[in-house]
Design a protein around this ligand. Structure first.
Ligand code: SF4
Length: 439
């Protein structure tokens, strides 16, 4: 029975030419910068320190996004550029070396140091790549020093991770054997990583590595025998860097919801020559559990209308999950960047089942027209950035902060119901408020 259910899931993979026309918008954007990704990256790489070279604004952003208490010694911080630095009157490199020495003296267990560029460091053209090379020579042997940009001029908030991993690819050792191995690229919460590792082992794929991993000294090797499965849709530069090292990318929908997760495992398994029937057998239990957990949420969410403003780049796979598995109707699906190659599978599934002829697909952002469409559509729920959510709530529209989706385990079968619950919660809250206002 379960095996039959899984095969039906797989049969829904459709031709790529089912992709829908994209409306492209250019204008004012309202998206957090790439520094935000430090919050989930530092939780994942447990012996890394992220040193932002930026302004007090950058420090405030990190502190509020990270929710850090002053005495908790987080593994990120900001080397604040002062007026003299910005005016070119001080030697920023000497000051940076001093701050790094101070951080390392205080935190000797740090094994990776990330120098993170910001808008101010870019404006004064502070060369952090060279600074990383210099600091590597000084502190090499004890740690790895890598620079990447989290600047709002260059990156949206999830692209910060792409910039970080792209730079880290250069540090991956060369693979020396011919046996194929699987590399899962993209930060996953530890609980999801453990579940995926167990499922791959049961399927018969043993050589699996996760990038980034939990510790800096366990960097996976990469080469022509490496098959890469993306766990996040915003890693285009990282994927291209891995391809340049000889790796082969496996195209698949992203592992959100039951269907996306099943197709993701099937795509990897096909690349390793495992039969679909064997994969179905392993996935039958997790799929059955996920369906039971998801059923009441589907009953609740079914028929509700949803719009996505461009923010996290998770919008398309999320719309696919919420429409096909939860019965929601996507009105508009906006995404900051639509990289056709990585989103093709999700787009095909979404347009084949879930989206309708009226669903708008938008790449980029022009804030005021986008808000005008939300006001005209009045969807039951709008998924958007923090800065837009409060004004929309004040107009009686219910919202979901997209940033929460990056901080929460949402991938895989065991998390499918939790993912749906994230969208049901703001709607239930509204229901409770309405009941309250009558009583
Ligand atoms: S990097 Fe730029 S956008 Fe981000 S907090 Fe700093 S100044 Fe603001």
């Amino acid at each position: 029975m379960n095996s039959q259910v899984n095969s039906q899931v797989i049969a829904r993979q459709v031709e790529p030419d089912a992709a829908q026309a994209l409306i492209q918008e250019r204008g004012q954007r309202a998206v957090f910068c790439g520094l935000t990704s430090i919050i989930w990256l530092h939780r994942k790489i447990q012996d890394a320190f992220f040193l932002v070279v930026g302004s007090r604004t950058c420090a405030h952003l990190l502190q509020s996004a990270g929710g850090v208490m002053i005495f908790s010694e987080p593994r990120f911080g900001t080397a604040v550029l002062q007026d003299r630095d910005l005016a070119g009157m001080a030697d920023c490199n000497a000051e940076l070396d001093r701050v790094v020495a101070q951080v390392l003296a205080r935190r000797p267990s740090i094994r990776s140091l990330f120098l993170v560029g910001s808008c101010p460091s870019e404006v004064i053209k502070l060369d952090l790549d060279n600074a990383a090379k210099r600091l590597q020579q000084v502190h090499g042997g004890k740690l790895r020093v890598v620079a990447f940009s989290g600047s709002g001029i260059e990156t949206t908030f999830s692209q910060g991770e792409d910039a970080c991993l792209e730079q880290l690819v250069a540090a991956l050792p060369e693979s020396t054997d011919d046996a194929p191995s699987l590399l899962i690229a993209g930060t996953l919460p530890d609980i999801v990583e453990d579940q995926f590792q167990r499922l791959f082992a049961s399927i018969g794929i043993e050589r699996v590595a996760f990038f980034p991993g939990r510790q800096s000294d366990t960097l996976p090797s990469v080469g022509r025998n490496t098959r890469v499965l993306l766990a996040q849709p915003y890693l285009g530069s990282t994927a291209r860097a891995l391809e340049a090292r000889g790796a082969m990318i496996i195209e698949a929908p992203f592992p959100l919801g039951i269907e996306g997760s099943a197709l993701w495992f099937h795509a990897a398994s096909a690349a390793f020559g495992v039969s679909p029937q064997a994969v179905d057998g392993v996935l039958a239990g997790p799929i059955a559990r996920a369906r039971r957990a998801l059923a009441p949420l589907r009953d609740y969410l079914s028929g509700k209308r949803i719009s996505f403003l461009p923010d996290s780049q998770l919008e398309l796979p999320l719309a696919r999950f919420l429409s096909a598995e939860c019965g929601m109707t996507p009105i508009e699906v906006g995404t900051p960047f639509h990289d056709e190659r990585w989103l093709r599978a999700d787009m095909s599934l979404l347009t084949a089942n879930g989206a309708n002829a009226e669903t708008r697909f938008v790449e980029g952002q022009d804030l005021e027209p986008a808000l005008a469409r939300v006001r005209a559509d009045r969807p039951d729920l709008t998924v958007c950035g923090l800065g837009i959510a409060n004004p929309l709530e004040a107009e009686g529209l219910r919202t979901k902060w997209s940033i929460e989706l990056l901080f929460t385990p949402i991938q895989g079968f065991e998390q499918a119901a939790d993912l749906a619950e994230l969208f049901a919660r703001p709607l239930r809250r509204e229901g409770r408020l309405e009941v309250g206002s009558w009583s």
